[in-house]
Design a protein around this ligand. Structure first.
Ligand SMILES: Cc1cc2nc3c(=O)[nH]c(=O)nc-3n(C[C@H](O)[C@H](O)[C@H](O)COP(=O)(O)O)c2cc1C
Length: 191
């Protein structure tokens, strides 16, 4: 594992965040890294709504799921939105807008990790309501909020989240998700 890039190896979905402000220049760098992502036909389907103190972040706070209370400490939340027709739409359900947004968020996460920041994407928020609050058109998908901040203390996290901060990484084994050459017959019949 020591040959895995440190930014990938060390990145965690941490919830213990500091409220320390993030310099604008650094935030711009994260967004730049996101937009350097690959996309189908270079369609660049991602749109980012940057929320900060006095610039809309309270709107996001009001729409977080209960379990995402910890995100209220972060100085920045970025809403990631797209529309399916901003990107390739091919046969077999191969719609690439969300895929490419995911790639862009991953770039942002890796750059954030490199800069000593936490960038934690979340799905737990009321998307329809928040879209309206932020003026995002109804035909767009607000796929995630990326909660960004410097690492902080875990004093204000609940017990479960305190435990998760230092938990072992849980991953399926490669043998469960990597199929050499052909799909395994066993799981074909189970589907
Ligand atoms: C699309 C997506 C949605 C997620 N939603 C939430 C969320 O709503 N709340 C939360 O605390 N973590 C959320 N997470 C974080 C995951 O739980 C976390 O990435 C996963 O448990 C793996 O842990 P690791 O990122 O530390 O390796 C989300 C992650 C992704 C990629």
């Amino acid at each position: 594992m020591e040959k895995i890039l440190p930014e990938i190896q060390q990145r965690r979905a941490r919830r213990a965040l500091s409220s320390q402000e993030i310099p604008d220049e650094l935030l711009q760098r994260l967004l730049q890294a996101a937009t350097l992502s690959a996309s189908c036909f270079n369609n660049q389907p991602w749109r980012f709504v940057v929320l900060k103190k006095d610039f809309g972040i309270a709107l996001a706070h009001a729409r977080l799921s209960q379990g995402n209370y910890w995100a209220k400490t972060a100085p920045v939340i970025i809403g990631v939105a797209t529309r399916p027709d901003y990107d390739c739409e091919l046969d077999e359900g191969r719609q690439y807008a969300l895929f490419d947004c995911g790639m862009a968020v991953q770039n942002l996460q890796i750059q954030a990790q490199h800069e000593g920041l936490v960038a934690h994407p979340i799905a737990g928020f009321k998307a329809a309501e928040l879209k309206e609050d932020l003026g995002i058109p109804a035909d767009h998908i607000l796929i995630t909020l990326v909660v960004i901040g410097y690492p902080g203390t875990d004093n204000e996290l609940n017990d479960k989240h305190q435990e998760l901060e230092s938990s072992e990484r849980v991953r399926k084994g490669l043998d469960e998700v990597v199929f050499p050459g052909t799909w395994p017959a066993q799981s074909r019949s189970a589907e």
